[in-house]
Design a protein around this ligand. Structure first.
Ligand SMILES: Cc1ncc(COP(=O)(O)O)c(C=O)c1O
Length: 436
């Protein structure tokens, strides 16, 4: 069992100068009683302040799909440093990266860049409103699209404040969000065709975009039921609404063209993030040429910023896309994933732990306390969060770091042997759950 002596000390110090002792609220870790402070990362591993090694099953919440400290990303960043730490200037590499994304992502005819996922969604929502001349955004309950006031509604509402199941009440996920903004958001249950049709009948003519996670990892791992994404596409076409895929988490994860390639439905507009930069902060807005041409200076929709597409991140993204294109990249993720998913299932069954595992590619959700397929947020919200916390905490002290969050995952740096180490931790943590 690992004892994180230095973490408690640093936590006490951090809390004196950083609210809550964390630089992002979700880094709080109630399973451990302090944040999971690390000293460094390498490949599939992270190291705590006392030097203990952990197999990382968080992987920067999905950003580090290549593993930590990947040599190609390091070399790209080093090259950008040599070129002068350029920011606020475009280079030939920006065009090369846009070209590469257009080659890979089915819905990408033109591309602009931003930093975080939150930022890129914010710009894309404005673009959708500019193009359609409409203000309303339709979104699914349990789908998360970053923290901007425009869309930070009903991504994880308490069920007591979520409203009727078929017509949820937009729930502001933070204080400080002007209440009136909720009037511009229509929340719909995922995988409910009748509710979606009804929402379009009510507000479709006012809507600029239907935004969705094509695979809803932010509620664990919920896949669209057969025909549902096609219905989204069809309703958008009928009502003149832009179909907007938030692929911040799904981009490049299960295929080079992301979830849109796998699902075979092409959105009008999409955003890409996380894996795009191989651990460096870059995101992209991509979509139909006529939509993208509404950005200034061609159209009149503003999108600008000093740090947009910093060269360190652009070169890192070019390097990451090259790695994803290597033969066998996704096949290997499948093999390693199979080792973990099958092993997890076998241990849970043997130990009699009620948990439903759902996965697509190298990311997954574990619904403790549930034993049937989860198809929407309200089912996911029935999971036993205490059990999840005891499980993730139990794995972490055994050397496999799972953050206490909805989704988890591994990287291309993880081997089958690493997964065996994780499964040993799973075995121990599940034994404790069974005993408790
Ligand atoms: C689907 C989705 N959209 C947007 C975001 C926000 O991205 P970021 O954390 O880079 O701001 C996230 C982050 O978890 C996400 O999963």
């Amino acid at each position: 069992m690992v004892v994180m002596n230095s973490a408690s000390r640093l936590y006490a110090e951090a809390q004196q100068v950083i609210p809550g002792g964390v630089c992002a609220s979700y880094r709080t870790n109630r399973a451990l009683g302090h944040p999971f402070f690390v000293s460094r990362g390498a490949g599939a591993y992270v190291y705590d302040l006392d030097g203990h090694e952990y197999v990382d099953m968080c992987m920067s919440h999905g950003a580090s799909l290549l593993g930590h400290n990947h040599p190609a990303i390091k070399a790209a960043v080093a090259r950008a440093l040599d070129l002068g730490i350029i920011c606020s200037y475009d280079t030939e590499y920006h065009t090369a990266l846009a070209r590469k994304i257009i080659e890979l992502v089915p819905g990408a005819e033109m591309v602009r860049f931003a930093g975080s996922g939150t930022e890129t969604v914010m710009h894309a929502v404005r673009l959708a409103r500019a193009v359609t001349g409409r203000d309303v955004i339709i979104k699914f309950e349990g789908h998360f699209h970053g923290y901007s006031d425009q869309v930070y509604f009903s991504s994880a509402p308490p069920l007591t404040a979520a409203g009727p199941a078929a017509e949820p009440t937009p729930f502001a996920q933070s204080s400080g969000m002007p209440a009136d903004l909720g009037d511009l958001v229509v929340v719909v249950p995922f995988n409910d065709p009748a509710a979606l049709e009804a929402a379009f009948a009510r507000r479709g003519h006012e809507a600029a975009a239907l935004i969705m996670e094509p695979i809803n990892y932010d509620a664990g791992c919920i896949v669209p039921q057969p025909g549902f994404v096609e219905l989204c596409r069809d309703l958008c076409d009928r009502y003149g609404v832009l179909l907007f895929f938030d692929e911040v988490l799904t981009a490049f994860r299960m295929a080079p063209g992301g979830a849109q390639q796998v699902l075979g439905v092409t959105p009008d507009l999409c955003v890409l993030g996380k894996a795009l930069g191989g651990g460096m902060p870059i995101s992209a807005i991509a979509g139909r040429r006529d939509v993208m041409m509404a950005f200034r200076p061609v159209g009149d929709c503003e999108h600008s910023g000093t740090y947009l597409a910093h060269l360190t991140t652009v070169l890192a993204a070019l390097a990451a896309l090259e790695e994803y294109a290597r033969p066998g990249f996704y096949a290997r993720l499948e093999v390693v994933g199979r080792r973990f998913y099958d092993g997890f299932q076998e241990i849970a069954e043997r130990k009699g732990i009620p948990v439903h595992l759902q996965h697509v590619g190298p990311r997954f959700g574990m619904y403790f306390g549930l034993t049937e397929e989860v198809t929407n947020y309200r089912q996911a919200a029935q999971q036993d969060m205490d059990m999840l916390a005891r499980f993730t905490g139990g794995c972490t002290v055994r050397g496999a770091y799972f953050h206490i969050s909805a989704h988890h995952g591994f990287s291309a740096a993880h081997s089958e042997a690493d997964m065996d180490r994780v499964l040993e931790a799973v075995e121990g943590a599940m034994s404790d759950l069974g005993a408790g």
